[in-house]
Design a protein around this ligand. Structure first.
Ligand SMILES: Nc1ncnc2c1ncn2[C@@H]1O[C@H](COP(=O)(O)OP(=O)(O)O)[C@@H](O)[C@H]1O
Ligand SMILES: [Mg+2]
Length: 250
């Protein structure tokens, strides 16, 4: 059996807004095993980002249990939380969150800057290797403005990989991209999961994306309404090959 890396139990998150309480998560439970590729689906406002932010230790639940790698997150100090965020988890967002006027390689080096165990030479080496993995070895010195949306998202993925995280959390990572580019990015996620065994939790509201993962959790109004394994995982590369070719491709 694979190792359990995430365990949540009866997790609730409430936001108090004046006299009103928003029940963003109403007591959800699930485990994620090492090597899983989970898509979290649901319409806008169903609680997807809220659960992802808690999984990534960016936010704390109102109540319930959250364990990562066997450690109860509630018991951790601020410093320990920061270390987990920085060293165990890679984040990818819809809006890339890259530093403008900063080269691809420097953006990717960023998570290692505060890691005293990694020399500047090693840092550069690891950043170059991460950018090679996402197919951008010829764009090391480009700034975000000099890159397409898909390329910027690749830089963000390289940045998320540079610390060798146990888990990648992606929130609508293909939300700003056209179909072909978003399939190219999905193909990269599938490769990272299938070839390198990286655990991925991928939030999306696009139903076709779920077919590429091995498990789907569907949220509705803060509750899990479906949680199922996908026994017929589609290859993104195959789907990409079926798309019509574009003449103006970069
Ligand atoms: N910081 C916040 N303050 C108040 N309400 C919030 C906050 N974050 C999320 N919510 C509410 O919680 C619910 C779930 O939001 P969210 O997790 O962002 O949904 P999704 O990502 O599925 O679109 C929504 O009703 C949203 O308005
Ligand atoms: Mg969201």
């Amino acid at each position: 059996m694979s190792k359990k890396i995430i365990k949540i139990e009866d997790l609730k998150r409430e936001f108090v807004m004046g006299t009103e309480t928003v029940h963003a998560l109403r007591g959800i439970s699930f485990d994620i095993n090492e090597g899983d590729f989970v898509t979290i689906m649901g319409s806008s406002g169903s609680g997807k980002s809220t659960v992802l932010n808690i999984l990534g230790c960016l936010d704390q639940p109102t109540s319930g249990i959250y364990e990562i790698d066997g450690v109860k997150v509630k018991d951790l100090s601020r410093n320990e939380l920061a270390t987990i965020r920085n060293e165990k988890i890679g984040f990818i967002f819809q809006s890339y969150n890259l530093l403008a006027r900063t080269s691809a390689i420097e953006n990717v080096e960023l998570p290692l800057v505060y890691n005293s165990k990694v020399s500047s030479k090693e840092r550069r080496k690891r950043a170059i290797s991460a950018l090679e993995k996402v197919g951008l070895s010829d764009r090391l010195d480009h700034t975000p403005a000099q890159l397409s949306g898909g390329q910027q998202q690749r830089v963000a993925i390289a940045r998320s990989l540079v610390n060798n995280p146990v888990m990648i959390l992606a929130d609508e990572a293909t939300g700003n991209l056209d179909t072909r580019t978003s399939y190219e990015i999905m193909s990269l996620f599938q490769e990272l999961n299938q070839q390198q065994g990286i655990t991925i939790t991928f939030v999306t509201h696009e139903t076709d994306i779920a077919a590429f993962s091995n498990r789907t959790i569907v949220l509705k109004d803060g509750d899990i309404i479906q949680d199922y394994k996908n026994h017929n995982i589609q290859s993104v590369a195959d789907e990409l090959a079926k798309l019509p070719k574009q003449d103006d491709e970069l």
